[in-house]
Design a binder for this molecule. Structure first.
Ligand code: FES
Ligand code: FES
Length: 164
């Protein structure tokens, strides 16, 4: 076992991890973080997506021991101080059905909009290509991300900075 220190949703956490433990298992089974889901367990479905130093990554493919000193955001952290505009729009548009993919989709779309606030439709589709959804057919997901980006562009810069 080796001690690692991470910033998890804004809080510094220390935990001893085995060399072969995935970040997904440590988050779900030992740190009480349940929004990243285990779908395929091999990098194909995106259900386990988290933000690692702001980038959307598959937590099933990363060993916990590798993330020492890094910052991790899960959906618990994204919605902690009230839903973001993206989350509100997903709820309002009734985008998800079973919700299994929702955490990964929201985090991947959040990372995209943080890096590229005005993506094209193809950029949204490319950013979400690794997040499989067996329910929606993707159209409502893509349309909602584009609508939120368009809405943000219409807002004054000061209010955009407060919440995206
Ligand atoms: Fe990680 Fe499917 S569980 S990509
Ligand atoms: Fe069911 Fe996406 S809403 S998998």
């Amino acid at each position: 076992m080796k001690d690692i220190s991470i910033c998890l949703n804004g809080e510094v956490r220390q935990i001893a991890v085995a060399p072969n433990e995935t970040l997904l298992d440590v988050l779900r089974n030992r740190l009480g973080i349940k929004t990243p889901k285990e779908g395929c367990g091999r990098g194909d479905c995106g259900a386990c997506t988290i933000l690692l130093d702001g980038k959307a990554v598959r937590s099933c493919l990363i060993l916990a021991i590798e993330v020492h000193g890094q910052s991790i955001t899960t959906l618990e952290g994204v919605g902690a101080n009230g839903l973001t505009a993206l989350q509100k729009a997903f709820v309002k548009n009734n985008v998800f059905q079973c919700g299994f993919c929702a955490s990964g989709v929201i985090l991947a779309a959040s990372a995209l909009l943080a890096e590229n606030p005005q993506p094209t439709e193809s950029e949204v589709r490319e950013a979400l290509a690794g997040n499989l959804c067996r329910c929606t057919g993707y159209e409502p997901i893509v349309e909602t991300v584009l609508a939120v980006a368009k809405q943000a562009a219409r807002q004054p810069a000061a209010s955009r900075r407060t919440r995206s």
